[in-house]
Design a protein around this ligand. Structure first.
Ligand code: NAD
Ligand code: UDP
Length: 338
């Protein structure tokens, strides 16, 4: 029996593979390499000393999904595959609705046909309605402000409805807050295409000299220092959350949405200062205008994850900054440096 990991060559997928292989699980990855490189999988195998099966293909392809499920005796699926750039989703909404919805629908259909009963889905904190206060609890009102967010919202609904229709299904909707950092080995990490949209990769690229300076998007938010507050989570803690969710899905039926965050919010300036302190590097920054759509603060109430999954984030902001920088300096051009 094996676990199908769609989008396993990506940032969060590759870190989760390490934990799955370390736990002795058999894994088959399906990835189009649309936003990743097979090199990530090679390094996962190097890191763990274990083999995995890798198939290049599209998670929207139901026939392929069925073949893979059949051939590898798949018992559970972790579904990371999807496009994730918020700004691009505003420019190209159909690209996002097509890929992110079609892949989930194809997957649910293939699971039904092949009798696969467990699914862990990558959702996001972005599904919470912008008027709902932090810390976010899973029962708060949902609502989105961009097509990417709506694809997560709709996928959650699709999966919930499938669980309603089939009492044998067991699905966990993991709402990630802000994953950052990298495996401490520096072998795998986040490898964004082009100019990073997210804070931590932008800081790392500034530190390594690929960017001249960081622009802080606004310092007039209602936060302790005026800059935006987020719930940064070490990607290895997030990976562990998937292993715990899989254990939960194996023992329970039904559908649960669960936050994965630390429960602590840090501002942009907190992160800049923590990075400088952890790594002894000065980050050039300027204060710029607010980025449209940004909230003052966004952080999790992670107590449901602790209660249901027995999961709690272990790593500190300092760990995130140190490990993110270790990956960046060893791989200044990401996997493309190979
Ligand atoms: P990523 O882009 O690094 O990984 C996604 C992977 O899916 C890539 O390897 C890509 O090539 C693959 N992929 C995309 N469409 C595919 C398709 N149709 N068929 C096969 N493979 C396909 O992204 P990530 O940061 O690892 O995110 C993983 C998941 O978590 C995504 O669904 C993302 O929306 C979600 N998520 C990410 C964050 C974050 O900040 N990184 C936050 C919340 C949720
Ligand atoms: N941010 C910033 N400059 C950047 C990128 C991000 O000031 O170049 C800020 C952003 O306004 C937010 C925080 O950093 O307050 C986290 O942004 P990110 O895009 O990483 O995550 P999200 O806003 O999607 O939670």
């Amino acid at each position: 029996m094996s676990i199908l990991v769609t989008g396993g060559a990506g940032y969060i997928g590759s870190h989760t593979l390490v934990r799955l292989l370390e736990q002795g699980e058999s894994v088959v990855v399906l990835d189009s390499y649309d936003n990743s490189s097979p090199e990530a999988l090679r390094r996962v195998m190097q890191l763990t000393g274990r083999q995995l099966e890798a198939i290049e293909g599209d998670a929207c392809d139901e026939a392929l999904l069925r073949r893979v499920m059949h051939e590898y005796a798949v018992e559970s699926v972790i579904h990371f595959a999807g496009h994730k750039a918020v700004g691009e989703s505003v420019q190209k909404p159909l690209k996002y609705y097509k890929n992110n919805l079609e892949s989930t629908i194809s997957l649910m259909r293939a699971m039904r046909e092949e009798g696969v009963k467990r699914l862990i889905f990558s959702s996001s904190a972005t599904v919470y309605h912008c008027e709902e206060p932090s810390p976010h609890t899973e029962d708060q009102r949902l609502g989105c402000i961009n097509p990417y967010g709506w694809t997560k919202f709709m996928n959650e609904q699709i999966i919930r409805d499938c669980c309603q229709a089939d009492g044998e299904l067991s699905c966990v909707l993991l709402r990630y807050f802000n994953p950052v950092g990298a495996h401490p080995s520096g072998l795998i990490g986040e490898d964004p295409n082009g100019i990073p949209n997210n804070l931590m990769p932008y800081i790392c690229q500034t530190a390594v000299g690929l960017r001249d300076h960081l622009t802080i998007f606004g310092d007039d938010y209602k936060t302790h220092d005026g800059t935006g507050v987020r719930d940064y989570l070490h990607v290895c803690d997030l990976a562990e959350g998937h292993v715990c969710a899989l254990g939960y899905a194996r023992a329970h039926k039904g559908c649960e949405a669960i936050n994965l965050g630390t429960g602590t919010g840090y501002s942009v300036l907190d992160v800049v200062h923590a990075f400088e302190k952890a790594n002894g590097i000065k980050i050039n920054y300027v204060i710029g205008p607010r980025r449209p759509g940004d909230l003052d603060e966004n952080y999790a109430d992670p107590s449901k994850a602790e209660r249901l999954l027995g999961w709690k984030a272990q790593k500190t902001l300092e760990d995130m900054c140190r490990d993110g920088w270790n990956w960046q300096k060893k791989n200044p051009k990401g996997y493309r440096g190979e």
